[in-house]
Design a protein around this ligand. Structure first.
Ligand code: ADE
Length: 272
């Protein structure tokens, strides 16, 4: 899996994502993360990437040109890499891939998904993370100031995504949140003991409570069942705790889970 982040603050992204589990995954080769500085692609001789908005209004807008050219630098590199992987001799012929909109359309066919981080997008959730984790390459476009010129968004963005109903100063933190959630689903990134499946939101239930040593802390004892060694009983207890916790903390998720289990139950009865 290859993450490509188009940003005005590449160091923020690289520092944030090269630590802990993701840092280990990068160094072991399970994924790559590159941060591309949009400013490197501006045609302005002073390095300017933003300008005033037509029609007035406060703040500056990121201009289309540097964003578009940064995007194509990444999209071309991806297309060339794929061509080289498929057949080394084909790499050369892929060089014409940057025929823009007026071209043969082959570049469009190969266009990787481009996630634009914006409060106006679809709200990110676990199922979206699972869907994105199937991609080989994902490009994240991080806006700043008052946003990005609409025309370039129309041309390159496939997935506008929000991480929640609040407004941040830029798209870098949301991109990092998404990359973290997606990366942990990539095979090899988590070790078995960090397993992705049993955690919150798997099957719409929140995670059960967990305990480590000591057995008694602040006069609170670890639930007896967890010390019993009876795995079936432990699993039963954990499921009951997950259900109870979801009902109390996230009644919306609980209703979803209940409806799904009831419908699965009906289907099982029909089959037997
Ligand atoms: N950019 C600014 N706020 C955002 C949000 N809530 N989600 C995604 N991108 C953003």
């Amino acid at each position: 899996m290859n993450f490509h982040v188009l940003t005005l603050f590449p160091e923020m992204v690289m520092q944030g994502l090269h630590t802990s589990i993701l840092g280990r995954a990068v160094s072991k080769g399970y994924m790559t993360i590159e941060a591309v500085n949009i400013r490197d692609y501006t045609n302005d001789k002073h390095g300017k990437v933003d300008d005033y908005t037509y029609g007035g209004g406060a703040g500056m807008l990121m201009q289309a040109q540097p964003v578009y050219d940064a995007y194509w630098a990444v999209a071309d590199a991806i297309a060339n890499r794929k061509a080289a992987e498929a057949e080394p001799a084909a790499a050369e012929s892929a060089e014409g891939i940057q025929e823009r909109n007026g071209g043969s359309g082959c570049a469009r066919d190969r266009q990787p998904r481009v996630v634009y981080l914006t409060p106006q997008g679809r709200t990110f959730h676990q199922k979206m993370a699972e869907e994105f984790a199937k991609e080989e390459d994902l490009i994240f476009l991080c806006g700043h100031y008052e946003g990005i010129d609409e025309r370039v968004i129309e041309e390159i963005v496939t997935d506008p995504v929000s991480i929640g109903d609040y407004v941040l100063t830029g798209g870098e933190l949301p991109a990092m949140v998404m990359i973290d959630a997606i990366a942990r689903l990539v095979p090899g990134v988590l070790h078995n003991d960090e397993s992705a499946v049993s955690e919150s939101f798997y099957h719409d239930l929140l995670e059960y409570p967990q305990y480590s040593r000591p057995e008694i802390w602040h006069e609170k004892k670890v639930p007896e069942i967890l010390l019993s060694g009876n795995h079936a009983k432990v699993d039963e207890w954990r499921l009951a705790q997950s259900i109870e916790r979801t009902k109390k903390l996230r009644p919306d998720l609980y209703e979803k889970w209940k409806q799904r289990s009831e419908s699965e139950c009906r289907q099982d009865k029909k089959k037997s």
